[in-house]
Design a protein around this ligand. Structure first.
Ligand code: NAG
Ligand code: NAG
Ligand code: NAG
Length: 297
């Protein structure tokens, strides 16, 4: 410690360190307390900071802090509801304190919620308080990765391909990896860029990009990289054919609607005529009469 202070003083960071120590004292955590518990939350989703209170202790009050005092909870006596006072307006209407432990529950996590939290549990019996610390890390749930394909055909049929995987608004802490689905073994390559080559006669194998962060993990569609080299028009083909397919489907649906419409109007007209009804009934009678002939004697 003294060596550290000496070093700090020598490098001119002593006033800063002193301030930090003072600050820690003021908030109330001792230097030798354990590292804060890391809690991972997804943006705009709920999260709880778990609090464990020894079961046989009587709790006077529970005080939650984030950057400043967040809320005070005073447990009710004998089945009475606890009294909750949310002090920090940033958390108003978004936090609740779950019975019986009074864990902090945030209903809709925002970027601003990330950072250090501390809870101080004041016990009635032992005149002691215990503290627990948390580090809340907020991440956005990833959307499906997109893949950009670059290929070069330098000659002799060989083709160099690079695939770039990306996720929109991904932020930090995203891990990318590529999975090559081979005949025998699937190969995994770390990183967002995959470089590979293809030669005529090679199989066209699918590649899949996986993007993950601490709250999500999501795959791209399989990419047939070799197909771009084998047929440079490949890029346009799927969209054209899918467009034609969509048009065909639309036409089919329209035809079906038209047919159903015609049928409905006909049925309506028919039901207006009593004579045709009679005829139908007769037909049913006929069928009923014939029925016994069909059953084995
Ligand atoms: C969560 O908060 C964001 C703003 O931070 C808001 O746009 C969104 O509607 C909220 N969602 C819910 C379910 O309350
Ligand atoms: C294609 O890739 C090979 C290695 O896989 C490399 O030696 C060659 O220079 C590349 N060609 C081009 C045009 O980038
Ligand atoms: C990324 O991968 C490395 C090694 O597999 C891992 O240590 C790290 O936690 C991962 N990061 C994220 C944000 O998933």
């Amino acid at each position: 410690m003294s060596l550290f202070l000496g070093l700090a003083a020598a490098t001119g960071t002593f006033p800063w360190l002193f301030l930090l120590l003072l600050l820690q004292e003021a908030i109330g955590y001792s230097g030798d307390s354990a590292a804060p518990e890391e809690v991972v939350a997804a943006l705009q989703e709920p999260i709880s900071l778990p609090l464990e209170i020894p079961p046989d202790e009587e709790v006077e009050s529970i005080v939650w802090f984030s950057r400043k005092r967040l809320a005070t909870v005073v447990p009710g006596k004998k089945g009475q509801p606890a009294s909750v006072m949310v002090v920090d307006p940033h958390y108003e209407g978004r936090v609740s304190f779950l019975d019986p432990s009074y864990s902090l529950h945030i209903s809709n996590v925002s970027w601003k919620d990330s950072g250090l939290y501390q809870v101080q549990v004041n016990l009635r019996t032992s005149q002691l308080s215990t503290t627990q610390r948390y580090n809340l890390c907020v991440y956005r749930r990833l959307s499906q990765p997109r893949v950009a394909v670059n290929f070069e055909i330098p000659g002799e049929g060989a083709c160099n391909i690079s695939l770039l995987c990306s996720v929109e608004r991904a932020g930090m802490n995203v891990n990318y990896s590529w999975l090559a689905l081979g005949d025998s073994a699937d190969a995994v390559q770390e990183g967002s860029v995959l470089r590979t080559s293809w030669r005529p006669g090679d199989k066209v194998l699918p590649y899949i990009c996986k993007a993950s962060n601490p709250v999500s993990s999501i795959h791209s569609h399989p990419i047939l990289a070799g197909a771009f080299c084998a047929d440079p028009g490949y890029l346009e083909m799927p969209s054209v054919s899918s467009c034609l397919l969509a048009k065909g489907l639309l036409l089919l649906v329209l035809l079906i609607i038209l047919a159903v419409g015609l049928w409905v109007t006909r049925v309506k007209k028919k039901s207006d005529l009593p004579r045709t009804r009679k005829l139908k009934r007769n037909r049913i009678k006929l069928r009923k009469k014939r029925k016994p002939d069909c059953s084995p004697a």
